[in-house]
Design a binder for this molecule. Structure first.
Ligand code: EPZ
Length: 419
């Protein structure tokens, strides 16, 4: 398995251009199977999760062609050729976002129940309840979620017990080709949900209210229109680089960013005493002075994102004083704590709360990534630490960060990969 080797102790300096958003691209790729015509996507990050998703839809009968390192042409299937391959679907939870589109367009869908991953059980009860409310028959058959709808799905009024991103996206996509109007309440408001709604509307869908608590979708008979669509920039990649700059007391300009998408992160960095300047589609982070400890609570957007929790924990390990982090979204997202403690961090976990006592320095060590964002947190810790850090299971990091080594090297970091 690949390992990243990082020599730490130097401030990040320079400019970095962000890639397209993983969690927007994955949803938009699933939505593309709703279209009766070719779609072209731009600003698509060439990361392993996106490559896996393309493999899955190719298996369904789609044709996928990379036109450049970030532009992709998709010819969706006119009929369902096969079920998604189990080995690929188990690996990629986001493939569960095919359930709604396949059901809605073809009346049948069979996706492997995504195995629980390291950050939590990841149930799909809200997805199933909503689809059943639209007339689908959902059953669990030897590890697969199977959806059938003999007739076209029907519009329904659905209240989500929790503003689940995936459930919001699956139900929004399913409703586009349903008969009548669907009203989704207590939905997720993440920028990736809004990006998906914009893409669907470019295909001729009638989706209103994305980004608010209520989304209304009026079903249409068919979607298409040979659309060319740019995916939004990745706010989590942006946040990861911003925290890395702050953690190493550096100075960084980030380009290709939508500042409103990273407001929760900017607010916390400013509260810590870091200078954050917004200027159109770029943001500058200057962290020369001392930093203050923080209280962090992860919440659905626009609250502080759970996908930034491990990374800010790494940054806070060297901030004098006591910081408190509460993880409200996933039940098991403190796995990185053990690895950070091996580098000298002082962290105590009580249930959903982690208490971080700032220490004077971290020392490089051999550590291992347990999931994507834990891996990103260990990269930040490696940049902060004195000496060399080896991060095993780097494939977790490759799932969500495009050309991470190149981007860090351009900022003065000594980083290498050993196979
Ligand atoms: C999306 O996952 C993201 N993934 C995750 O990013 C992100 O952490 C998460 O949203 C929260 O923002 C993609 O977009 C591909 P949820 P998703 O449904 O849709 C519970 C990353 O690192 N829940 O909003 O799976 C669930 O157990 C990844 O890029 C139910 O109880 O997240 C969790 O506790 C990690 N029943 C909470 O809701 C359901 O039917 C949030 O899950 C669905 C979810």
């Amino acid at each position: 398995m690949d390992k990243l080797l990082i020599s730490g102790g130097k401030p990040l300096q320079g400019r970095v251009r962000l890639s397209g958003a993983k969690n927007a691209a994955l949803a938009v790729i699933c939505a593309s199977v709703l279209s009766a015509e070719r779609v072209s996507l731009e600003n698509v990050p060439d990361i392993s999760d996106v490559q896996a998703m393309f493999e899955i839809i190719r298996h369904l009968g789609a044709e996928v062609l990379w036109l450049s390192d970030s532009a992709v042409q998709i010819d969706p299937p006119s009929c369902l050729k096969a079920d998604p391959p189990c080995h690929l679907v188990k690996k990629l939870r986001a493939s569960n976002l095919l359930l709604g589109p396949l059901l809605s367009r073809f009346g049948y869908a069979r996706v492997s129940l995504p195995g629980g991953c390291n950050i939590g059980v990841r149930p799909m009860d809200l997805h199933f309840k909503g689809l059943a409310g639209m007339g689908a028959e959902i059953s669990i058959e030897s590890g697969f979620a199977v959806g059938r709808s003999p007739a076209r799905l029907k519009g329904a009024r659905i209240y989500l017990d929790f503003p689940s991103v995936g459930a919001t996206e699956n139900l929004m996509m399913a409703a586009c080709l349903a008969v009548g109007q669907t009203i989704l309440e207590n939905v997720a408001k993440e920028p990736e949900v809004v990006d998906l709604a914009n893409f669907l509307n470019c295909l001729g869908a009638k989706v209103r209210g994305a980004g608010t608590d209520v989304i209304k979708i009026d079903g249409v008979p068919q979607l298409g229109g040979r659309v060319r669509y740019p995916v939004i920039p990745d706010r989590i990649e942006a946040g990861t680089f911003m925290l890395a700059a702050a953690a190493t007391r550096g100075s960084l300009v980030l380009e290709n960013i939508i500042p409103t998408h990273i407001e929760p992160i900017c607010a916390k960095l400013r509260e810590a005493g870091v200078e954050v300047l917004e200027n159109g589609d770029s943001v500058t982070v200057n962290a020369q002075g001392p930093m203050r400890p923080l209280d962090i609570k992860t919440l659905p957007y626009p609250g502080f994102p759970t996908d930034m929790q491990s990374q800010i924990m790494a940054m806070l390990t060297l901030v004098e004083g006591t910081s408190v982090i509460v993880e409200n979204i996933f039940e098991n997202r403190f796995q990185v704590v053990g690895e950070l403690k091996r580098m000298g961090a002082r962290i105590k976990v009580e249930g959903r709360m982690a208490v971080v006592e700032g220490v004077a320095e971290l020392h490089g060590a051999e550590v291992g990534a347990t999931d994507l964002r834990a891996g990103a947190a260990l990269v930040i810790a490696g940049l902060m630490a004195r000496g060399q850090t080896g991060i095993a299971n780097a494939h977790f990091i490759d799932r969500g960060y495009h050309r991470l080594e190149d981007k860090l090297r351009a900022l003065g970091v000594q980083i290498a990969r050993s196979h």
